[in-house]
Ligand binder design. Structure first.
Ligand code: SF4
Length: 230
């Protein structure tokens, strides 16, 4: 089997795969450098803390207890062994979800038919996408992946992390306009969570706006928009 590097695990969660009890496997390594990343220890592309064999033993004891396995990260799509790991999970009877930045469109499109649910990060409009992710190619690739996702029939959630220093109200509204043009129906605004993040300067509240006040305008474009607080 090709290698899959797992850097962390949440054994049981009710919030990472809608309406399912799930286990989250955090893949080690990421191709982006998001300033607000709250898993900075998972960014480095290296060996993970967990052996896949140990994960398999762990998961086989949870068949009939856990309903879904979610591959998160890091960016799971950089893992050469992801397809085989997903197939193994399916053989055990688990549903499979994926959290992704959408920055690897070819890998994403190829793996989509294997998935039961996708949590898709649409991080920023083009004007600030590079500033937030540190990757100049991100925005174009994200759009390509979004197209693939929306053309599939796979349930999804589009998520955007809101840090008021990185994303202005106007920029947030411009995302809403773009998502509406793609006919996105369900959008989650994730409030920024200060703490152990890549750019710790973002922990200072130098600038702030209330998401709730923007919601009526945003909902004119994407009706089912919700704010998620952590
Ligand atoms: S927040 Fe950005 S840098 Fe961190 S794991 Fe996700 S995509 Fe990678």
């Amino acid at each position: 089997m090709k290698a899959i590097q797992i850097g962390g695990i949440t054994p049981l969660t009710t919030i990472d795969f809608p309406d399912h009890l799930a286990t989250v496997l955090y893949c080690q390594g990421c191709n982006l450098r998001c300033q607000y990343c709250h898993n900075p220890e998972l960014i480095k592309i290296c060996s993970g803390a967990y052996q896949w064999l140990a994960i398999q033993h762990f998961l086989t004891r949870r068949v009939n207890l856990v309903e879904a396995i979610v591959f998160s990260g890091g960016e799971p799509l950089i893992q050469p062994g992801l397809v085989e790991a997903i197939q193994w999970c399916k053989q055990q009877g688990f549903k499979v979800g994926l959290h992704t930045s959408g920055s690897l469109p070819k890998h994403f499109k190829a793996i989509l038919p294997q998935l039961d649910w996708v949590g898709f990060d649409y991080k920023a409009p083009p004007s600030v996408a590079t500033v937030i992710t540190g990757n100049r190619a991100y925005y174009k690739k994200c759009l390509s992946s979004l197209n693939s996702l929306l053309q599939s029939n796979i349930p999804y959630e589009i998520r955007t992390t809101i840090n008021c220093q990185l994303l202005s109200p106007d920029q947030l509204l411009s995302i809403a306009v773009t998502l509406a043009s793609y006919k996105v129906k369900h959008w989650i605004l994730q409030s920024f969570r200060p703490g152990n993040i890549l750019n710790t300067e973002l922990n200072q509240k130098s600038h702030y706006y209330h998401l709730e006040q923007l919601l009526p305008d945003i909902k004119q474009y994407v009706a089912n928009t919700q704010i998620r607080y952590y």
